[in-house]
Design a protein around this ligand. Structure first.
Ligand SMILES: [Fe+2]
Length: 289
């Protein structure tokens, strides 16, 4: 939780009425493109983001050269020779990338997140209950870079602020794309990246995003991202719900059962309704299972 007011300033708007209507028809299960009004926002220019990065804890910022050899070892990752602030201020020409994590911990950006989510909260509350664990991330990516095939555990809306990218989104809960064991591993600390097969490509929908576009990415819908020919800045606003928490618990429960050679259960479309299995999982976890 952040300490600032969740009330949007009078007249401020992140998502226009048409975007909120589109979101309401798609949430929580369908990916959909929306529009937003944060392009040109003073907190989202390169100078403001450089200043933000410089006052954030270093553990919340990752940055390095954008184009590395495929097999580079973490300890061999070359520095770009610039400070963090210089990296962001000149990112259009230095070929780097940076991720600023949990920017909501900074009061000004926390207010930006709260204002954006407040506009969606009535829609979300109706479908999946209270918005839990709100977080925001800012991605600065260099031309032509690719974020590999992966999934994320949050409800997510990515707002494109500067430059273009194409996000290709695949259906969630398809065990041909993400085997049950991979989901179980993911919810037990396993890596978010998924195994790619060329045959998957036709299952995905490519969503080109320009400044002013946003995309709703459902929980654990696999996706990959291809950056356009210019530097890209995106803001990701995320939250959890009882449904997303329950899904994680049920996959973790299945992992426990599988390790003991017991039959695993079906997570299904409404994991939040599986009260008995979630209760048993919580008891087992308390007992140190
Ligand atoms: Fe992602």
């Amino acid at each position: 939780m952040t300490a600032h007011s969740p009330i949007a300033p009078a007249g401020a708007s992140t998502f226009p009425d048409s975007a909120r209507a589109t979101f309401a028809a798609a949430y929580p299960d369908q990916p959909v493109r929306l529009t937003h009004e944060l392009v040109g926002h003073p907190l989202l220019g390169l100078d403001a983001l450089a200043a933000l990065a410089e006052r954030m804890p270093s553990s919340s910022v990752e940055y390095n050269l954008g184009k590395l050899p495929l097999g580079v070892r973490p300890e061999d990752t070359p520095s770009n020779g610039l400070t963090l602030g210089e990296t962001i201020r000149t990112i259009e020409i230095n070929g780097s990338w940076a991720v600023l994590k949990n920017v909501e911990r900074d009061a000004a950006y926390g207010a930006l997140l709260d204002a954006a989510l407040a506009e969606l909260e009535p829609i979300v509350a109706k479908a999946t209950g209270p918005m839990l664990h709100r977080e925001a991330f800012i991605f600065l990516t260099s031309p032509g870079s690719v974020t590999p095939f992966h999934m994320d555990p949050e409800h997510n809306i990515l707002l494109q602020i500067m430059g273009t990218k194409t996000m290709t989104v695949f259906p969630a809960r398809d065990e041909n794309l993400v085997p049950a064991r991979k989901s179980e591993d993911f919810h037990n600390g396993g890596h978010r990246n998924l195994t790619w097969q060329d045959g998957f490509k036709s299952r995905g929908t490519a969503w080109p995003l320009a400044p002013g576009d946003a995309i709703h990415v459902p929980v654990k819908a696999p996706h990959f991202v291809e950056n356009g020919p210019a530097v890209s800045v995106s803001l990701s606003v995320t939250w959890r719900s009882e449904r997303s928490v329950a899904e994680g618990e049920l996959h973790s429960f299945n992992a426990l059962l599988r390790r003991r050679g017991l039959p695993v259960g079906t997570v299904g479309q409404r994991p939040e309704a599986q009260g008995v299995r979630r209760f048993v999982y919580r008891v087992m976890r308390k007992l140190g299972a």
